[in-house]
Design a protein around this ligand. Structure first.
Ligand code: SAM
Length: 295
């Protein structure tokens, strides 16, 4: 393979697109990476090696898939666009450790498909340049799937990466930060300029690294109730915690008494705003609300 050029080089990408007469669909978030150095940096950040299985979402023409295949044990990639399936069969011919599944990842049975594709039980990582129109649903689909993912290294709009990794007291902090940070430790690995994609997106991108915690960040007695509380607390962004809580749980006297007693017991001022509460404080409040019965 001395003549071989990586898929991600701008000239090879153009050649592949031309050969297959491919036109981009904006509605599918198709912005392809054309910078091999960035792809290598993504693979390095994810520390993918031959003892790692990888799931990729949206392989496109295979630029990242190829780099993953060179380093990982096996790669399972979900691609929704039927026009890309023959392109991938062509570009990824040299690799025998890639399985492309033609499916909307949001509808995929992640556990069932992983079990049937991966030959060995190895640590599993998700590495992807995500389609930006469904970044959050994809993240939630993986987090809520019970699939044992040790790490996610994914590219997304910088603004969403900021929200996911945000700390309490900042503008970007919200229910998404909590939903992700409950399960995973989150940090932004590096920023990617718009110029390395074709077509160029309108916004800057970031690679976020999420590492699964040995156990959730806080102890809660009822996970569903905890996530409902955090969502409710950010519903009306400019309002106080109290206003958000009565808006969600109800304005009747019994509910107000239950909320007041629980806030007092959890030592949380009702006049605070949701974005000032730490995960520990949300957990304390959720556990107190669960324990106290509404009369
Ligand atoms: N991985 C390629 C790269 O880095 O150049 C392409 C990334 S592009 C940002 C997003 C890819 O996700 C596209 O190939 C698009 O067709 C695919 N895609 C969009 N929605 C999807 C979905 N619901 N399920 C699976 N793939 C999807």
């Amino acid at each position: 393979m001395t003549e071989y050029k990586e898929i991600a080089t701008p000239s090879r990408t153009r050649e592949i697109l031309k050969k297959h007469g491919f036109s981009f669909k904006k509605s599918l978030g198709q912005n392809f990476l054309t910078e091999p150095n960035i792809l290598r940096k993504i693979v390095e950040t994810a520390a993918v090696d031959k003892q790692t299985n990888v799931i990729e979402v949206g392989p496109g023409i295979g630029a990242l898939t190829e780099q993953l295949a060179m380093n990982a044990a096996q790669v399972l990639a979900f691609e929704i666009d039927d026009r890309l399936i023959p392109v991938l069969a062509d570009t990824l011919t040299p690799y025998d450790n890639i399985t492309v599944v033609h499916q909307d990842v949001l509808k995929a049975d992640l556990i069932g498909t992983s079990q049937s594709v991966f030959k060995q039980e190895l640590p599993l990582k998700v590495v992807a340049n995500l389609p930006y129109y469904i970044t959050t649903p994809i993240m939630m689909h993986f987090l809520e799937s019970d699939l044992d993912v040790s790490e996610m290294v994914v590219m997304m709009q910088k603004e969403v990466a900021d929200r996911i990794s945000a700390k309490p007291g900042t503008k970007a902090y919200g229910s998404l930060s909590i939903a992700v940070q409950y399960f995973m430790e989150a940090s932004i690995a590096f920023i990617v300029p718009k110029t390395v994609f074709i077509p160029q997106p309108n916004v800057d991108s970031a690679i976020i690294k999420l590492t699964k915690r040995a156990r959730p960040a806080v102890e809660v007695t009822n996970e569903q109730a905890f996530f409902k509380l955090t969502k409710a607390s950010f519903q009306l962004r400019r309002k106080t915690l109290w206003n958000n809580l009565i808006h969600y749980y109800g304005k009747d006297e019994a509910t107000k008494a239950w909320l007041t007693a629980s806030l007092t017991e959890a030592e949380i001022e009702p006049s605070r705003r949701g974005e000032t509460l730490s995960l520990e404080e949300f957990a304390r409040l959720s556990n107190t609300l669960e324990k106290n019965v509404k009369s």
